[in-house]
Design a protein around this ligand. Structure first.
Ligand code: BG6
Length: 504
């Protein structure tokens, strides 16, 4: 599959070419794919934006981004000289259909020069308000006539709610086939997230215990030390539910809860994830009250530096009701998971940056050891650390060396750094390569996105309809609001401390 790629020319048209996402993620990812020899011999990257720039000025901007954000560090002069030959810039007003003629001209010129039609990938690295108009203008300008050769990549958020996601899906379906639409959830491209499927379905020993008979509960915790930074205008209309839970966290939950697909094909995998979303228990108003917690950060100190509360952040409404933290208890009502709670939490300005999935197993049926030898007793726990630590730990009890019988919890660890020498690629490298190959396994299908929105709508509506009177309700550098502790403590559990600290 990868080999045939080398002979298939590709053109990336990046809307939002002068934007942050391109500088930080897309350009470094494309450069690293180039370094590792994954890009076809004939390729072109056409950045587009409103600002008039020459190709050279655009290249300068891209170079700055790569030097700052690439995992491989600063560019090597000879490699950069080669790569930058493929960079072009076309200034355009994305709302004006006339602007699109220039893309057609450039694409035709490349095709004529290469003597074979390129795959054209339109990457929408722009604010979501632009998604519909760009898709429509691509269609009106006849730039997506060949379904075999054109693809569109849509960044998140995909819709603002169920209704808007449905209408965006409908609009796209009128222009593209589903197999041309790549809805990004960058968590799916992370090495450790991809490994969840490998871990679950390439190891026979897990399946017999991966169910309600052996597992007591599951925790998914994605916490960040960062605040909203410069993204106040976007985030204030979004919040933690839309920004993290609707996409990244529900996808993690699906990977833990899904049945084994029959094969590793994109649709098989996505069908099994959809089954999970369809099996998730809908929220009644009582569930929203009892099983969800929202929070917003106040000011505080992070690593010796005073940081403002959310309402004082740039471009945020000073009376904002937007949640920067959310904790939810979900249930997956099927044979495998009935009755097993999945607790998820996410928040900004938290004590630690860490994404961890913890699978807590049930206790031994009968304790044969006297309580004094097992003071630190802990049920078996599997801790899948997504980032910044990349590891899987199975926590078990062991006898501490010595003349007496004393039990300790110890970790059996698979640690990426200690096991593999090769540096893991960035999520965007994997995802961009997949758009070129035409593999949609790691992308969201339209129906998944809609079912995820459907599940969360009762919570979002309840929260929007009822102003939170106690915001801000957690201070920066904490573990979130106290109510989040109560949510899980009511069931007799607590949020697990995360392994190792990570800084961002
Ligand atoms: C993005 C969110 O999708 O994911 C951000 O919009 C969040 O608010 C980011 O900070 C987290 O991604 P990562 O890869 O840094 O964990």
């Amino acid at each position: 599959m990868y080999q045939s790629l080398k002979n298939q020319p590709v053109i990336f048209v990046i809307f939002g070419g002068t934007g942050d996402l391109n500088s930080r993620k897309l350009a470094p990812a494309l450069y690293n794919l180039f370094l590792d020899n994954w890009l076809p011999d004939k390729f072109s990257i056409i950045g587009t934006g409103r600002t008039p720039l020459t190709d050279e000025q655009f290249s300068e901007k891209i170079l700055e981004g790569i030097n700052k954000f690439s995992r491989t560090g600063k560019v090597k002069d000879d490699k950069w000289a080669e790569f930058s030959k493929h960079l072009h810039y076309q200034s355009a007003n994305a709302k004006d259909v006339e602007s699109y003629k220039a893309f057609g001209t450039r694409i035709d010129a490349h095709n004529a020069e290469w003597g074979t039609p390129a795959n054209v990938i339109y990457y929408l690295a722009v604010s979501p308000d632009f998604f519909p108009i760009i898709a429509e203008n691509i269609s009106k300008s006849k730039l997506a006539e060949d379904p075999e050769k054109t693809r569109i990549v849509i960044e998140k958020p995909f819709g603002h709610d169920l209704e808007s996601s449905r209408s965006l899906n409908k609009l796209l379906a009128g222009i593209f086939n589903e197999c041309q639409i790549y809805r990004i959830d960058h968590y799916l491209g992370k090495e450790t997230v991809q490994n969840i499927m490998a871990f679950r379905f390439a190891n026979a020993i897990l399946e017999p215990i991966w169910n309600r008979n052996f597992i007591e509960h599951v925790q998914i915790s994605v916490t960040e030390q960062l605040g909203v930074e410069e993204r106040g205008d976007y985030y204030d209309g979004s919040g933690a539910m839309r920004d993290m839970i609707q996409n990244h966290i529900l996808q993690l939950l699906c990977l833990v809860a899904m049945e084994a697909p029959n094969s590793f094909s994109a649709d098989e995998v996505r069908n099994r994830k959809l089954d999970v979303l369809n099996a998730m228990r809908p929220f009644t108003p009582e569930d929203v009250r009892m099983s969800t917690v929202r929070g917003q950060y106040g000011s505080g100190w992070m690593e010796g530096k005073e940081v403002p509360g959310y309402r004082k952040e740039p471009k945020v409404n000073p009376d904002s009701n937007t949640e920067t933290f959310a904790a939810i208890k979900f249930f997956v009502d099927n044979w495998r998971w009935k009755g097993i709670p999945f607790y998820v939490r996410t928040g900004k300005r938290m004590h630690q940056t860490s994404s961890v999935i913890s699978i807590q197993f049930k206790d031994v049926p009968h304790l044969i050891f006297p309580s004094e030898v097992s003071e630190s007793w802990q049920q078996n726990r599997l801790v899948i650390s997504i980032q910044p630590e990349m590891s899987i730990r199975l926590q078990v009890q062991a006898k501490r060396p010595g003349l007496e019988m004393v039990l300790n919890t110890v970790d059996m660890v698979f640690d990426y750094k200690g096991t593999f020498e090769k540096q893991a690629p960035e999520a965007y490298e994997t995802l961009l390569l997949d758009t070129m190959i035409g593999d949609q396994t790691l992308f969201m299908r339209g129906d998944q996105v809609e079912v995820a929105w459907e599940l969360l709508m009762p919570i979002l509506k309840a929260w929007e309809g009822r102003q939170s009177l106690n915001f801000p309700n957690y201070s920066a550098d904490s573990w979130g609001p106290e109510l989040a502790e109560a949510l899980i403590a009511r069931d007799g559990f607590h949020w697990f401390t995360l392994p190792l600290t990570g800084k961002k």
